[in-house]
Design a binder for this molecule. Structure first.
Ligand code: NAD
Length: 255
């Protein structure tokens, strides 16, 4: 119960990794606003948390909208009390070769992933920075991807959006530290969610590079987020924690 009594906002909490994060934070005692553009998904997750004895409410939010972000923070604070934790998790993925990428498709990924992360973090930070020294402060955790650290094919928009999140995380950590706000991020490697549709070749190639020889589960990612949201990481700031089973460590594999 490291997060007992703390109010948390999780974007993209309506499925996959975000659902795992919302469930884990609630299990550690946080009251969670499960925010997602898919309200039905958010409702299912919040209901499941409630059935398990936790506290959660669903909220419809487009992460790229400043109005929605301010409304989500206001809702979290009015229902549960001062916002202490924000997890910028919502994201979309694509895989399109550069020569075929329409600008609107590139913009959509950047808008949801990178701008969405900024908008959520800014709205959360504005709330967390309020008040006197003893009152203010909080934790912001961003979710990037190991794809933000590599090139690779078809990842122009997604990789750039995630690389941008990694730099943004460092800037937020430095600028917000004077307000008692601790900012870090998690970079998941391949993670098994319901809609993962990797074919056998892709899966074998990923597993070959992963020292721990399995995909992450949303719970693996959530455990790292819970740690970064807790007082156990009081002296870590601007750090991206790879939760990837050794994927990024592999580099070039020699026979
Ligand atoms: P997912 O599709 O299951 O979850 C993403 C959630 O974000 C969905 O519930 C979706 O409705 C929501 N969402 C999409 N656009 C939104 C918007 N504009 N506003 C609010 N919510 C929106 O996928 P996931 O794998 O759980 O992804 C979660 C995060 O983890 C993403 O940022 C993704 O890039 C990152 N990630 C995933 C993997 C993986 O292998 N699954 C690996 C690395 C990073």
């Amino acid at each position: 119960m490291r997060l007992k009594g703390r109010t948390a906002l999780v974007t993209g909490g309506g499925s996959g990794i975000g659902a795992g994060i919302a469930e884990r934070l609630a299990r550690e005692g946080a009251s969670v606003l499960v925010a997602d553009i898919n309200f039905e998904g958010a409702t299912t997750v919040a209901d499941e948390i409630g059935r398990a004895g936790g506290q959660a409410l669903p909220f419809r939010m487009d992460v790229a909208s400043e109005v929605d972000a301010a409304a989500a923070v206001a809702e979290a604070e009015s229902r549960f009390g001062r916002l202490r934790i924000a997890v910028c998790n919502a994201g979309i993925t694509d895989r399109v070769p550069v020569l075929e990428m329409p600008l609107v498709a590139f913009e959509k990924v950047i808008r949801t992933n990178l701008i969405g992360c900024f908008v959520t973090a800014q709205a959360a930070a504005r709330a967390m920075a309020r008040g006197s020294e003893g009152e203010r402060g909080g934790r912001i955790v961003t979710i990037s991807s190991v794809s933000g650290q590599f090139g690779g094919t078809g990842r122009a928009a997604y990789g750039a959006s995630k690389g941008g999140i990694e730099t943004l995380t460092k800037v937020l950590a430095v600028e917000l530290a004077p307000y008692g706000i601790v900012v870090n991020g998690v970079a998941p490697g391949p993670t098994q969610i319901a809609r993962t549709a990797h074919g056998p070749r892709q899966r074998a190639a990923f597993l070959d590079r992963m020292a721990l020889k399995r995909y992450a589960s949303p719970q693996d990612i959530a455990a790292a987020v819970a740690f970064l949201s807790s007082d156990d990481c009081d002296f870590i700031a601007g750090h991206m924690l790879n939760v990837d089973g050794g994927f990024a460590a592999a580099g070039v594999l020699y026979d």
